[in-house]
Design a protein around this ligand. Structure first.
Ligand SMILES: C[S@@+](CC[C@H](N)C(=O)[O-])C[C@H]1O[C@@H](n2cnc3c(N)ncnc32)[C@H](O)[C@@H]1O
Length: 209
């Protein structure tokens, strides 16, 4: 199959076979990044790189990662097309493995695979299948992300009503300084939520119980 194209505002990207095609969740994240040139961003699971490109176009510096070599190749070519190699660094690896010791970010953005689905399902696709309840990737991410945020840094995380977002809300409220649903929108089979959480200045001011 030939590559597909996707766009957000004036940014067009190519989407190769085997790479997640930007959809409503992607566009919800793109529209609510609120980045500036002061931001250092980690976009985890970048896919074709659209979210990273949108952030970089606001002047932010971005590290974009993905575990999939197809995604890495695709994101690199889209980033090169926009001549943003000096602002976006692309690294391959799972979760925070590609992050160097001491690296921290003012924003971590993740549109994870959040739909219920396991490797036993014929339709399994690692770009959107998040384990039996759709929460496996989200929960590993949540348990590790705080360490990679600067004090007062922001987390933006897409979730769906198909994978128990209440658990995410409770986790964020317990472990972050503030947590809110920044935006939500219904589609015909699910409701998408974008969570925003702010890391406390120091862990002593955390709401952790
Ligand atoms: C739903 S897609 C989102 C892609 C893109 N960010 C977007 O919004 O269009 C999830 C992406 O996360 C990647 N991914 C899944 N598990 C991952 C992991 N453990 N570490 C890094 N990336 C992962 C997938 O390869 C896929 O590209």
């Amino acid at each position: 199959m030939s590559p597909a194209a996707a766009f957000f505002e004036d940014i067009w990207v190519m989407v190769n076979d085997g790479v997640y095609e930007p959809a409503e969740d992607t566009f919800m994240l793109c529209a609510n990044l609120d980045t500036t040139s002061a931001d250092t961003v980690l976009e985890l699971g970048t896919g074709c790189g659209l979210v990273a490109i949108v952030a970089a176009r606001t002047g932010a510096r971005v590290i974009a990662t993905d575990q999939s070599s197809l995604a890495i190749q695709n994101a690199k070519s889209n980033v090169a097309f926009y001549n943003l190699q000096n602002q976006i660094e692309i690294r391959q690896g799972s979760f925070f493995d590609p992050i160097k010791p001491g690296e921290q970010f003012s924003l971590i953005a993740f549109n994870p695979p959040y739909l219920p689905g396991t490797t036993n399902d014929p339709a399994f696709d690692p770009t959107w299948s998040g384990g039996k309840e759709g929460r496996e990737v989200t929960e590993i991410f949540l348990s590790q992300c705080s360490k990679y945020l600067l004090p007062t840094g922001r987390l933006l995380l897409i979730q769906s009503t198909l994978s128990n977002p209440e658990k995410t809300r409770k986790y964020l409220e317990r472990h972050f300084h503030t947590a809110q649903i920044k935006v939500e929108k219904s589609f015909f089979f699910e409701r998408l939520l974008l969570f925003e959480a702010i890391k406390p200045i120091s862990t002593s001011s955390s709401k952790k119980l």
